[in-house]
Design a binder for this molecule. Structure first.
Ligand code: FES
Ligand code: FE2
Length: 424
């Protein structure tokens, strides 16, 4: 449970809000690079952290990210002419470069100094791993992109999806690190029928995981332990990385999956989902299945809105719910979305009842609150400057009772992809 004040503090991310300012200290994904395919091509509307922006790929191929509203009289730069390394507003021809300088003001006398006094708000943008990343914080404090393993692997090794989620980002993180819901929301109807539990599936055998959290410099290492039918300890380890990155438990040596929850504004979120193999290309079968919306991915339209959405009750099939699937909703991504959006665009956390299964959520919220409150007192978030901290993996391990899980995962959780740059 949060107080009303804390819930507001945590869920507001616009300019000038404490949480929003903390988020602006980090690089995060803005959109896929292929969405701006050609130099001098059409600009693209982008909304991030409550700010309306326009992205353009200029003549030399670099991506610029500027305010939507022209500083002259507010016309949208989306209609701008993208030409000769700059974006020109079509209302009166003012032209801006990717640093935000006004480089031409053709409706003022040539001898006028006015253009040197004018800037458009601009933000840094960089490309890595097929993604355009944005940094919306103070230029003097700009760090490096986080060295997430998935952002370095070749395109054949990864599938990245992005879907619109129509709720606040915090509901998405709450759900993303919540190992306990997996035994229900994403399960089959059969795994809940008396006498039919699959003894090989620890998620079905033990539905009340025990949580332990290790605090780290980048965020949290979250352990959820289930006891298997043979009495082994099955540990699922999530990674939560500041400010809104995460990884889902993955088998050692297999593909890994993760999310990034980027606030579009306080009522909607870009839910990024990525599945990658750190060493080898994804098989054609796996890629085809991911593209079809399997696993954590969702089937989306051209605007990245899922076909199953709140307007059609996520295409819930009540017959399937009775017989095969716990929810009757197809797809893990859609199942998550259904419950997270159903709380309303901003969940009222003053009336929730958190139990022991919500331990990870309590720790994550505490961490985000701490980072934002520290920044208000002038203490910068460490992880924003320490890009190498992000070289970790999530995992799942079967351990003997009594074996220390944090120690057991230290070695296998190190990201070792051959595509990672050599460490300085
Ligand atoms: S409003 Fe953009 S140049 Fe006048
Ligand atoms: Fe889920």
């Amino acid at each position: 449970m949060l107080t009303q004040a804390d819930n507001r503090y945590m869920t507001e991310t616009g300019p000038g809000t404490p949480m929003g300012e903390m988020f602006r200290r980090f690089w995060f994904p803005a959109f896929m690079a292929h969405e701006l395919p050609e130099a001098d091509g059409a600009p693209k509307r982008v909304r991030l952290l409550g700010e309306d922006l326009v992205a353009f790929r200029q003549t030399d191929g670099q991506v610029g990210l500027v305010a939507n509203a022209c500083p002259h009289r507010g016309a949208s730069m989306f209609f701008g002419r993208n030409e000769e390394n700059g974006l020109r507003c079509v209302y009166h021809g003012w032209k801006f470069d990717l640093d935000g300088s006004c480089v031409d003001m053709p409706n003022e006398p040539a001898e006028s100094n006015f253009k040197h006094k004018i800037r458009i708000q601009s933000y840094a943008a960089r490309e890595r791993g097929g993604v355009v990343w944005a940094y919306m914080g103070p230029p003097a404090l700009m760090g490096e992109l986080p060295e997430l393993e998935w952002s370095f692997v070749p395109a054949e090794n990864i599938y990245i999806g992005r879907r619109l989620q129509e709720c606040n980002y915090l509901q998405c993180i709450d759900g993303g690190i919540d190992s306990s819901h997996v035994s229900f929301l994403h399960s089959s109807a059969a795994s809940h029928r008396a006498g039919t539990t699959d003894a090989k599936d620890p998620m079905a055998v033990d539905k009340h995981p025990h949580f332990e959290i290790a605090e780290t410099d980048y965020g949290l290492l979250i352990g959820a332990r289930r006891i298997t039918a043979e009495g082994k300890h099955y540990w699922r380890m999530h990674q939560f990385m500041a400010p809104f990155f995460q990884m889902i438990p993955a088998a050692v040596g297999g593909p890994i999956a993760g999310h990034v929850w980027v606030p579009i504004d306080d009522n909607s979120t870009w839910a990024w989902s990525m599945t990658w193999d750190p060493e080898k290309p994804l098989t054609a079968e796996r890629r085809a299945s991911l593209e079809s919306g399997a696993g954590i991915h969702a089937r989306v339209d051209a605007d990245n809105r899922p076909f199953a959405n709140r307007d059609n009750d996520y295409l819930i099939d009540r017959e399937a719910q009775r017989t095969t699937s716990y929810t009757g909703i197809f797809g893990i991504g859609e199942q998550d979305m259904a419950v997270q959006e159903s709380m309303g665009s901003i969940n009222n956390r003053t009336i929730e009842h958190l139990g022991s299964a919500d331990t990870a959520i309590i720790f994550m919220r505490r961490r985000l609150l701490k980072l934002a409150r520290e920044l208000e007192r002038g203490i910068e978030p460490l992880a924003a400057q320490r890009h190498e901290l992000f070289r970790v993996r999530s995992l799942q391990l079967f351990l003997e009772p009594g074996e220390a899980w944090v120690e057991a995962c230290q070695e296998p959780m190190i990201a070792r992809s051959p595509y990672l740059p050599a460490r300085a």
